[in-house]
Design a protein around this ligand. Sequence first.
Ligand code: ACO
Length: 388
Amino acid sequence: MATFAKGLEGVTAAETRMSFIDGEKGILEYVGIPIDDLARNSTFEETVFLLWNCRLPTKGELADFTQQLRSRYALPAGMKERILSVPKNAQPMHMLRTMVSALSMHDPDPNSVEVHKVREKALNVLAQVPAIIAMFDRNRRGLPLVDPDPKLTFAENFLYMLNGVKPSPAVARAFDICMILHADHGLNNSTFSSRVVISTLSDTYSALTAAIGSLRGPLHGGANEEVMEMLFEIEDIAKKEGKDVMSIIEPFIMDKLARRHEGARIMGFGHRVYKTIDPRATFLKTFAKQIATDTGNLELYEISSRIEQIMAREVGAKGIYPNVDFYSATTYHSIGLKLDLFTPMFAMSRVSGWAGHVIEQLSDNRLYRPKAEYVGPHAAPYIPIDKR
Ligand code: ACO
């Protein structure tokens, strides 16, 4: 018997071998490996191989995969002109969604859904998203464009194309870890979107474009940007009122919590699946503290930490704890990324998860077509327009 579940809460709608989540215990594993182990020991390239092949690579396989990714860093001819023609005040997520869609027009065989061909397309998109974002950002800042460098890792190459200088090893590693932590997360909203689209045997680009559209929402990937806005708002209020920043956090949060039934939210808290601290947030918390200290952003970390304490006291019992977006905001800010690039950073990593799910879906496809429970009238009269 089919039952109605608003927001599909608790409904199992796919099988996956990629990531496992236990929301009660706060466990996240990629192909059985705890996320913490991967964040400490792996690289983004190795993690993508793991997700797409459901096993760790040998040395030779990793070298080959890395080489294949690097050889695709450059955009196809014609893409540069498209990116430069985007209005400079466009929002990066709208730009990214449009440009990933546009990549399909530079692929002579965009519609093929044979798995080996989809893997090729996925590798291209994964390799090229960094160039799309960096090119758009440098152009809007009036800076000369920087060509990708195939000698650099995925993380280093992005930061190099964005900033025009090679990142320090510590910053490159911080960014690489953020990429690992955001790569896959069960059947989240954007991943579900990608699986729904590919289940019609549409095409890889349409599936990835739909997923980017879904990720942009403030209830999903857009939250990291809003976390940072909240931290800045708290600092601004303190400055305007001439008060110590730590003293205004409590009233600020309590006011938002009091208005939560009107839809007010403390961004970066709560999760449909986790009813305890998100394991990615646990890792990022320690990490954010270190990088915030090293880069002179400790105040932002301390504000975050105080918010976490208040939230644990007030709503911890309801299972509302920090999610991945909460401490990734401070981490991204500390490594010098602009606010409106936070969600594109999430997308840059999650392309790997979406693509892996597209491949899984195609390997055992059945069209997604749920039902809606009709709650409107029946046998209603048709009233002629001049009598309404
Ligand atoms: N701030 C305040 N109250 C919250 C929050 C929050 N961040 N999150 C949940 N609640 C409260 C709700 O008010 C509600 O309370 P009630 O039972 O008293 O009415 C209860 O917790 C359940 O909330 P729902 O919104 O129904 O939970 P749902 O599972 O639908 O939503 C979601 C999960 C969307 C993530 C929600 O927690 C939220 O809006 N969080 C803020 C946005 C955010 O950080 N999103 C990123 C999620 S992680 C990711 O996508 C990468």
